[in-house]
Design a protein around this ligand. Structure first.
Ligand code: ADP
Ligand code: ADP
Length: 227
């Protein structure tokens, strides 16, 4: 599903990624961990072209990423992304946050987008908050809306970039629970996270990065030692 081959990236003279190679199969959950500044966030941002890379190749479900010819709207609608900061549109209601891209990018009717959005909002336990603005929700609730918004595009895979690290401790589990459920339903996922409990529970593989290199890429059992 996601194939990353010999990816190298520089910020000026600073090499942030060196010969990164890995792949994520359909239905696989891969957790990316490693010290701060090791390039985890940059690597997953290369997958949906939020960051350009200078050398190597990435394909997502056969779509080649990083070429001049990449169909960016198509790529971005297939690859759902959830960030550390929720990045909901603050001036739009939760409902409008959930329907905007469905209408503008996928061309769905307002009713269709609304039905889909409200269904997903229900699924993340927030149906009663549809009419509110993001600022009226807690961080954990906003992050669940962000996940619902990504899912509203019917992505074939999901990228998570430290989705719980900006949250108060008591809100972390409500977000992880949604992610665990997604993983158990067979969503293909690549997750940058420090939540090793999540990794133990649902990861098929764990990638460990250090100084821009993938220094380990192994099954969960190999990573954690015992099954
Ligand atoms: P991680 O997600 O593992 O914490 P990042 O991918 O965010 O690491 O960053 C890797 C390294 O690249 C860090 O040293 C960071 O300071 C640097 N970096 C990230 N973005 C930029 C940028 N836009 N320009 C220059 N350096 C950057
Ligand atoms: P994240 O890990 O979620 O990407 P960061 O705080 O690492 O968040 O980065 C936030 C923004 O700042 C990103 O757009 C990143 O590219 C940029 N950035 C990070 N480190 C540097 C740096 N050393 N020099 C310039 N820009 C940077």
């Amino acid at each position: 599903m996601i194939d990353i081959s010999n990816v190298n990236k520089w910020y000026g003279n600073f090499q942030v990624l060196t010969d990164c190679t890995t792949s994520v199969k359909k239905g696989e959950v891969v957790v990316v961990c490693g010290p701060s500044g090791s390039g985890k966030s940059t690597l997953i941002k290369c997958v949906n072209m939020l960051e350009p890379f200078q050398k190597g190749t990435i394909t997502v479900d056969g779509i080649s990423v990083g070429d001049k010819g990449t169909d960016l709207p198509k790529l971005r609608s297939r690859v759902g992304m959830v960030f550390q900061h929720f990045e909901l549109f603050p001036h739009l209601t939760i409902t409008d946050n959930l329907t905007l891209a469905q209408i503008k990018v996928l061309g769905r009717s307002k009713d269709e987008a609304m039905a889909k959005g409200l269904g997903l909002l229900d699924r993340v336990g927030l149906k009663a908050h549809a009419h509110k603005f993001p600022g009226q929700l807690s961080g954990g609730q906003q992050q669940r809306v962000a996940i619902a918004r990504a899912l509203s595009m019917d992505p074939i895979c999901m990228l998570f970039d430290e989705p719980t690290s900006a949250l108060d401790p008591e809100m972390i589990n409500e977000v992880l629970d949604v992610m665990v459920e997604l993983a158990q339903e067979g969503m293909t996922m690549m997750c940058v996270t420090h939540e090793m409990g999540f990794a133990r529970k649902v990861a098929d593989r764990v990638i460990f990065m250090d100084k821009g290199h993938i220094v380990e890429d192994c099954t969960k059992d190999d990573f954690f030692g015992t099954p």
